[in-house]
Design a protein around this ligand. Structure first.
Ligand code: FPP
Ligand code: MG
Length: 318
């Protein structure tokens, strides 16, 4: 089994103690039970991942005794996330994910599409067990946003005129809304304060940092080729900022990038303008501002856990 609890979030688990560890173990068991009906679905779950979204659900519901409802909500969010990655790899013809061969590369387009469908529908079947329309509404709105974000990414592919605003809107749809939903579900299932805006901001920062990592690599760290976004025409913040600083990059047509070696060279050019660092700093400032604005009393375990979670997210990309 792969490592489930990524190191940057150990401090959160430490603070949450046995109840949080038990919650994370329970969602792991539940995910495997749900996915066990199909080989590729199980392989997807067993490939691990940071389980960051379930952690957000549990931290948003910290202190609650509604263990079963929180576990269902956490499993549902992770199932949606897993479904989107399996589908994303089909859309991107991706050979690797998390350093492993993708379901798409291993089993083919049809099998991967169907596996994504299974994981996606299982999420709603699981959350429906909580019998709470507000929870279903939160998750379905986030998954619609995800799909719209992906469509937006397709519409903007290869374009030289993608603006900062348009990029941020895409990141919001693609990533921030599901992070926000994880926090909302934790609050709804556990009865705590609404932390949607916190989830939204850390989700946005997460996507920006992930996009920076695509440019800075290295591949051994990301489990993906450096410059993969450039090769599939995805315009991200480092390139948008670098285009303002480099005439060569401003004139670049992404379609002309011949392969991984040239993508690597373009990544170097982008980094040399300082744009990757600027994008990274923007994300770090977003996280810092979000921590300052947390609507949870200082001195409480929940506040500390949220701060540590935000720190862990940044540390993961350090
Ligand atoms: C990974 O990000 C992909 C996403 C966050 C969203 C993908 C969404 C879809 C495929 C739409 C399908 C929607 C549902 C609800 C099933 P990325 O492509 O930036 O990162 P990567 O480098 O890890 O691929
Ligand atoms: Mg992708």
């Amino acid at each position: 089994m792969s490592e489930v609890f990524a190191e940057p979030f150990d401090a959160v688990l430490e603070l949450g103690g046995e109840p949080l560890r038990a919650a994370m173990a329970s969602v792991e068991t539940r995910l495997r039970q749900i996915a066990a009906v199909e080989t590729n679905a199980l392989a997807t779950i067993e490939a691990g991942g940071k389980r960051l979204r379930p952690l957000l659900v549990f931290v948003a519901g910290l202190g609650s005794e509604a263990h079963v409802a929180l576990c269902r909500a956490a499993a549902a969010v992770e199932l949606i996330h897993s479904a989107t990655l399996v589908h994303d790899d089909v859309l991107d013809d991706a050979p690797l994910r998390r350093g492993r061969v993708t379901i798409f590369a291993q089993a083919g387009r049809r099998a991967a599409t169907s596996t994504g469908d299974l994981l996606f529908s299982s999420a709603f079947a699981e959350l429906a067990l909580n019998e709470d329309l507000a929870q279903l509404t939160a998750l379905s709105a986030a998954s619609s946003a995800l799909a719209r974000g992906e469509l937006m990414q397709r519409a903007d592919a290869w374009r030289a005129d993608v603006t900062l605003e348009r990029y941020l809107e895409r990141c919001e749809m693609k990533t921030a809304r599901l992070f926000a939903a994880a926090c909302e579900l934790g609050a709804l299932a556990g009865g705590g304060p609404s932390l949607g805006p916190f989830g939204h901001a850390v989700g946005l920062a997460f996507q920006i940092l992930d996009d920076v990592l695509d440019i800075t690599g290295p591949a051994e760290r990301t489990g993906k080729r450096r410059g993969a976004d450039l090769l599939d025409g995805t315009v991200t913040l480092p390139l948008i900022l670098a285009r303002e600083r480099s005439p060569e990059l401003a004139a670049l047509d992404l379609r002309t990038i011949s392969g991984p070696d040239e993508a690597d060279r373009i990544c170097e050019l982008i980094e040399a303008t300082g744009a990757a660092e600027q994008a990274r700093e923007h994300a770090l400032e977003l996280v810092a501002a979000t921590k300052r604005a947390l609507p949870v009393s200082s001195g409480t375990d929940q506040r500390r856990a949220l701060e540590l979670l935000a720190d862990g997210l940044v540390q993961r990309f350090a």
